[in-house]
Design a protein around this ligand. Sequence first.
Ligand SMILES: Nc1ncnc2c1ncn2[C@@H]1O[C@H](COP(=O)(O)OP(=O)(O)OP(=O)(O)O)[C@@H](O)[C@H]1O
Ligand SMILES: O=P(O)(O)OC[C@H]1O[C@H](OP(=O)(O)OP(=O)(O)O)[C@H](O)[C@@H]1O
Ligand SMILES: [Mg+2]
Length: 284
Amino acid sequence: MLRIAVPNKGSLSEPAVDMLREAGYRQRRDTRELVLADPDNDVEFFFLRPRDIAVYVGTGTVDAGITGRDLLLDSGAAAVEHMQLGFAGSTFRYAAPVGTITSLDQVEGLRVATSYEVLVENHLRAHGVTASVVHLDGAVESAVQLGIADVVADVVSTGTTLRGAGLEVFGDPILKSEAVLIRPASVTDDAVSTGLETLTRRLLGVLTARQYVLMDYDVPAHLVEAAVALTPGLESPTVSPLHDRDWAAVRAMVRRDQTNKLMDALYEVGARAILVTSIHACRL
Ligand SMILES: Nc1ncnc2c1ncn2[C@@H]1O[C@H](COP(=O)(O)OP(=O)(O)OP(=O)(O)O)[C@@H](O)[C@H]1O
Ligand SMILES: O=P(O)(O)OC[C@H]1O[C@H](OP(=O)(O)OP(=O)(O)O)[C@H](O)[C@@H]1O
Ligand SMILES: [Mg+2]
């Protein structure tokens, strides 16, 4: 039975559970449940603190887990990224009071507050900057105002929290993070179990169904080549004859975020009756 660790709280928890449910796995209904068996799929889920997940996976206690890339790197655990999951996207950045610090070398000798101590210490060391790192559990943005640090290093998504605290980012991002599926480092690419392979394929199916739509359109037969050049699909688009042989019907998967631009371009080429349909599930 495949053992999978799932975040039980925080930003990663709900989207992780949603994604697993979409991939056809049983998920808990009560947030107090800590373990959930899904015998139909031969899988067992363990609901754990996001920060601890890399530790469990690294020791091989569980076969895989969902966590953030930033948490994985900060843990120093012997676990590796198996697959990117496309949610909880953020950057990890330094920030200081507006108009004070513009580059990393100015952090020399200052106090940096963060919940990601290992990540920050490694980054400072790699850039030859000596600073003292103050560990906090959360609400790091308040550390400067409250006088226990000069600079913070934290997760930035929309930037709203930073702005609210009168801070602004400086320097290059330390890291780009998102939710990832991780596996023990001891499991090499070609030693991945069948159970984990199935989970991976299913999650990939969810990602694809989210990222792509099906586009159908009719196009004059002599314009098919020009039209399919715009919608090459994943393998190759389906082209079917219409009853009126001067016209053809084309069906292809296209990226959801390209939908309207493509419809404009197809219309321009001569396509008509352009229809867009969501993909409910898919296996590539
Ligand atoms: N606002 C956000 N947008 C996107 N990802 C975020 C955001 N806040 C945290 N994350 C991601 O969530 C993970 C942190 O997990 P954590 O449990 O700390 O979540 P959290 O939302 O901070 O929860 P809590 O603060 O309630 O414990 C990291 O991978 C981080 O990049
Ligand atoms: O750029 P934003 O969209 O404002 O999001 C970033 C904020 O979200 C997270 O905080 P969270 O709400 O998890 O609180 P915490 O600091 O207590 O973890 C993160 O630690 C940042 O503070
Ligand atoms: Mg948080």
